[in-house]
Design a protein around this ligand. Sequence first.
Ligand code: SF4
Ligand code: SF4
Length: 90
Amino acid sequence: MIDVEEYNDWIAPIGRTLYIINTGEWRYQRPERDHKKCKKCGACFIFCPTGSVFVESSRYETDYEYCKGCGICARECRAGAILMVEEVTK
Ligand code: SF4
Ligand code: SF4
């Protein structure tokens, strides 16, 4: 069995195989959340394919270690609280 903590990486399905990949390295844009607009509906949490959305102190946040920048959370957010911006810090 693979020790995920040891690798500190994400196990991602590609095709019919699981690979150990840090999906955060794929990102060229990142979701920025406006907490004032957030209605706390949880849609970003439900639809994120990498499980990168989490709740901390009653706020939805993004784990940029694994967020691959697909933008699904921004598209699913009906409140318009998530904006995809260019990744500039990598
Ligand atoms: S989908 Fe938008 S409104 Fe809903 S919890 Fe996420 S950021 Fe907040
Ligand atoms: S951009 Fe994609 S991977 Fe990143 S938090 Fe949103 S849905 Fe998840």
